[in-house]
Ligand binder design. Structure first.
Ligand SMILES: Nc1ncnc2c1ncn2[C@@H]1O[C@H](COP(=O)(O)OP(=O)(O)OP(=O)(O)O)[C@@H](O)[C@H]1O
Ligand SMILES: [Mg+2]
Length: 465
């Protein structure tokens, strides 16, 4: 599709006050007419943003970018459905930055996202793409001081990336802050944002932003319920679906293991040892179990670290940074980490507790095998999980192979695992007591809770490979 003429004639900078950064893209039309749709320029993306993509080593647009950009750059609303790790963030950030270049304005775009860590990641992506054009972003999320955020908002950034609850808080309580001039609204992980959990907040937000705006909805799974989509009040949207409804990534090898519930810990330790040297994300269903599993693994000398909603925000970010920086190789997390997070070196996803919502399966396993890389996922299925597992197989329309395990070898671990479990239990109790004493949540990421562990000297059996 040809580039929109308006986008290709732009001669602006979003920070118009910075005149030295003016961008002239008059010559772009020629190239867009001759190119074969294989470059960002050929889709109508301005030079300065093409250069930004090059700097990020994005040589060619991904499929969702190729198919959505011609529409979004023409000003259409977009519903974008594409598999995990396929570049949806770029697909919505590029047209917003381009529009911002054309008509610079503060408080120009709002991106709503379900989790705090994802908000930071999206903001980083906007900043990376917009670094040379002076784009300013603010992250508005819970768990961080309101006042600091209010000061950031007072500076009127171009883009706000927010979790719905905290944004409402600011809309209601921060003097002088309003989104009445907003031009773009994005719901990343849109099916989640349109979910009941965020209903009240979203209604409040939609009431105070202009009806005349552009709206983008993106996710790897989309709601089929028209009523839910209607709430986003899209105008004549283009639906861009580059995957069939619930696709998982081609380069992802998916497995399951069928085991008795009482041996789950043992099998986890076995798998972590078998695949030692890899980076793992292990998903659990509750904060408590996440904490417990992390403690249990650490008692066995494994570099596991938990991430869940009952930790303080600074601990959550600290945990994620340790995992991203590879100083910890096993991240144990609740579904707070199942959507959107882009950590390219994740090799293996383990569903230690089976996801109760089948769609979460797609997002969880999508934390590996991103942007064309390979990856593995292993889902634990116990005697209690058969029905849920069948639902997952139905959703992804695949029968998964069994992950090969040697039962006698697993059972050899039993004794050490039992001991580690016992100490983990004591440590959990210790944390619980501290929590009561301090009158706040299980804030400890348990790295400090090694008093008991010190008494337990168990060396980590190296992996076979
Ligand atoms: N055109 C491109 N070429 C190469 N890499 C790209 C391109 N666009 C995006 N990427 C990279 O691909 C990775 C995944 O992108 P992104 O996080 O946007 O995926 P996503 O589709 O939003 O996935 P999810 O559904 O999990 O949120 C990122 O590391 C990003 O930098
Ligand atoms: Mg994403």
């Amino acid at each position: 599709m040809a580039a929109s003429s308006s986008s290709s004639r732009a001669t602006a900078t979003c920070a118009s006050e910075k005149s030295e950064k003016k961008v002239d893209v008059e010559d772009m039309e020629d190239r867009s007419e001759t190119a074969e749709g294989g470059s960002f320029a050929s889709l109508g993306v301005m030079d300065v943003l093409c250069e930004a993509c090059e700097r990020l080593k994005w040589k060619t647009p991904t499929k969702i970018q190729r198919e959505s950009l011609p529409h979004s750059l023409q000003g259409r609303d977009v519903i974008g459905l594409a598999e995990t790790g396929s570049g949806k963030t770029g697909a919505f950030a590029i047209p917003i930055l381009q529009a911002l270049l054309e008509r610079p304005q503060r408080l120009f775009a709002l991106v709503l996202t379900p989790t705090r860590e994802l908000a930071f990641q999206i903001s980083e992506q906007f900043e990376a793409l917009g670094s040379t054009i002076g784009v300013t972003c603010a992250v508005v999320i819970g768990g961080i001081d309101m006042m600091t955020q209010a000061l950031q908002l007072a500076k009127k950034p171009h883009v706000i990336v927010a979790t719905p609850g905290r944004l409402v808080d600011h809309l209601e309580n921060t003097k002088g802050f309003s989104l009445r001039a907003l031009k773009y609204l994005v719901m990343d992980e849109a099916d989640r944002i349109l979910n009941m959990d965020f209903e009240a907040e979203l209604d409040k937000i939609l009431k105070v932003i202009p009806k005349e705006r552009h709206t983008y909805l993106y996710s790897a799974t989309m709601t089929k319920k028209v009523a839910k989509l209607q709430r986003a009040s899209l105008k004549d949207p283009v639906k861009v679906e580059v995957s069939s409804k619930y696709d998982t990534v081609e380069k992802l090898q998916q497995y399951y293991i069928f085991i008795p519930a009482k041996y789950k810990d043992c099998y986890l330790v076995y798998i972590l040892n078998e695949l030692a040297g890899n980076n793992f994300m292990v998903f659990c269903s509750t904060c408590n179990n996440t904490q417990r599993v992390a403690l249990m693994l650490r008692n066995l000398g494994l570099t596991a670290i938990p991430l869940h909603g009952q930790m303080s925000q600074s601990k959550r970010l600290g945990t994620l940074n340790k995992f991203k920086g590879k100083s910890r190789s096993i991240l144990i997390a609740t579904d707070v980490a199942s959507r959107g997070l882009d950590i390219p070196h994740v090799d293996v996803v383990v569903n230690f507790d089976i996801p109760t919502h089948s769609k979460d399966y797609i997002h969880r396993v999508g934390r590996t095998a991103r942007a064309g890389r390979a990856g593995k996922s292993i889902t634990f299925v116990t005697q209690y999980d058969v029905e849920l597992y069948q639902r997952i197989e139905q959703l992804i329309d695949k029968k998964l192979p069994l992950f090969p395990t040697e039962e006698p070898e697993v059972m050899l671990l039993m004794e050490r695992v039992t001991e580690a479990q016992r100490f983990a239990k004591l440590e959990m109790k210790d944390l619980e007591d501290k929590k009561k004493g301090r009158g706040r949540g299980v804030e400890d990421d348990s790295e400090d809770a090694v008093g008991i562990r010190k008494k337990l000297k168990i060396s980590h059996r190296g992996g076979k490979r």
